[in-house]
Design a protein around this ligand. Structure first.
Ligand code: DQA
Length: 145
């Protein structure tokens, strides 16, 4: 089983970036925790971060067809990234959209997700634990699970 973990723009700055909103945990720490859980479950986890929508799409086009599940925090692309949404829509694996913060308690522009309609589910506001919960769900419900 192969699970993809995608992080969009600015998420490489976790730990430094508005820690009061996004927490003190860094992206490598999050990736490590998920890798550890994936190894324990005997699944392959491929993590990728980019500040560029096209690079995220290239990664999905290269890896998405062979994926059994996708975890993605699209960052601000959540709110307007239609090309990213279309790339996700073309894939058959379950997709979990994750947000560290509760986007619905924040600015109005964050209340809209163009990704949500093509996602299987969404987790928002639970910090880094949201990624682990997404992985747990996929381990039980992924394509070949
Ligand atoms: C975010 C929420 C987005 O609105 C924001 O642009 C981010 C992070 C979150 O994880 O809470 O970059 O996706």
């Amino acid at each position: 089983m192969k699970i993809l973990l995608l992080h969009g723009p600015n998420l490489n700055m976790l730990g430094q970036r508005e820690p009061e909103i996004y927490g003190a945990t860094t992206l490598p720490q999050i990736d490590d925790m998920l890798h550890e859980r994936a190894v324990a479950a005997g699944v392959t986890l491929l993590a990728f971060q980019s500040n560029h929508e096209g690079a995220l799409i290239d990664f999905l086009q290269a890896e998405g067809w062979a994926a059994d599940g996708i975890i993605i925090n699209p960052g601000a692309l959540t709110h307007y990234g239609l090309s990213l949404r279309d790339a996700l829509a073309s894939l058959s694996a379950p997709i979990i959209e994750v947000h560290l913060s509760n986007v619905y308690r924040r600015e109005q522009f964050r209340h809209t997700s163009v990704v949500a309609p093509v996602a299987t589910g969404q987790i928002a506001g639970l910090g880094w634990r949201g990624y682990l919960l997404a992985l747990e769900w996929l381990l039980n419900n992924a394509k070949s699970g």
